[in-house]
Design a protein around this ligand. Structure first.
Ligand code: DC
Length: 233
């Protein structure tokens, strides 16, 4: 789409929240949606469900077959409830399985596949009929909803993000090594920002919010202010 075509499209009542892993995007997007009365769309959950389909098929996540497998998979996100969205793969609720270490390790490779991205972007855009959306991901402001009324790019230093992830692991009793977590954060950043299709980057008109030294409450207050300014309370 050219810049002039994009400018002609009507603004959609969408808050796009993009940024790398570990910036607190999911938590922030969920709580913000509650505060402003919007529906939250977690697009990472869709890429994770696609990855689970690939792993279940026993296929290498970097192979070309990935596109065919994901194309045949029925991936749905049920956002109608009050709680976290429920993710279905071929009719089965896989909301827990998609958070496994195996899926996390393979998801960057699967989400780099252009056929996978084409299919999931269409599924995400089909939610545009919903009244008011907070959508979180990597390419929401740049590709999925370039005409979102508000675009936010959440960032934090890789050290701050690794420390958060490490703390979450320790709190939930999972074995965790900070150096390894930092390496994994850096590896995913590199893969997500250097892939050929829809690399992670802030949209030119996104507001960049660095969360390294902010509490969750401070981030939410800032975003609520922006929603009030751009979309109205
Ligand atoms: O937000 P998350 O960690 O659940 O996302 C999982 C992976 O999916 C992440 O490594 C990048 C990818 N992803 C993407 O490529 N595009 C999106 N819109 C959302 C996630």
């Amino acid at each position: 789409m050219t810049a002039s075509q994009q400018a002609q499209e009507p603004v959609v009542k969408v808050v796009a929240i993009d940024g790398p892993a570990g910036t607190g995007k999911s938590t922030v997007a969920g709580l913000l949606a509650d505060r402003v009365g919007a529906t939250m769309l977690d697009t990472g959950a869709m890429y994770r469900a696609a990855t689970l389909a690939v792993l279940r098929a026993g296929v290498d996540p970097s192979s070309e077959q990935v596109g065919t497998i994901v194309d045949a998979a029925d991936i749905r996100l049920d956002v109608s409830g009050d709680d976290a969205p429920v993710v279905f793969l071929d009719g089965e609720d896989v909301s827990t399985q998609i958070r496994s270490d195996e899926v996390t390790a393979a998801v960057s490779a699967v989400s780099a596949n252009p056929e996978v991205r084409r299919k999931l972007v269409q599924l995400q855009q089909a939610h545009a009929d919903d009244e008011f959306l907070v959508v979180e991901g990597r390419d929401i402001g740049t590709v999925v909803f370039p005409n979102a009324a508000l675009k936010v790019f959440l960032t934090a230093t890789s050290q701050a993000r690794a420390e958060r992830r490490h703390r979450q692991n320790v709190e939930s009793g999972r074995p965790s090594d900070l150096t390894e977590v930092l390496e994994s954060v850096n590896r995913r950043d590199h893969l997500d920002s250097t892939r050929a299709v829809s690399p992670l980057r802030a949209a030119d008109d996104a507001i960049v919010v660095d969360t390294s030294d902010l509490t969750l409450e401070q981030v939410l207050d800032r975003l609520t202010e922006l929603v009030d300014e751009r979309i109205g309370a």
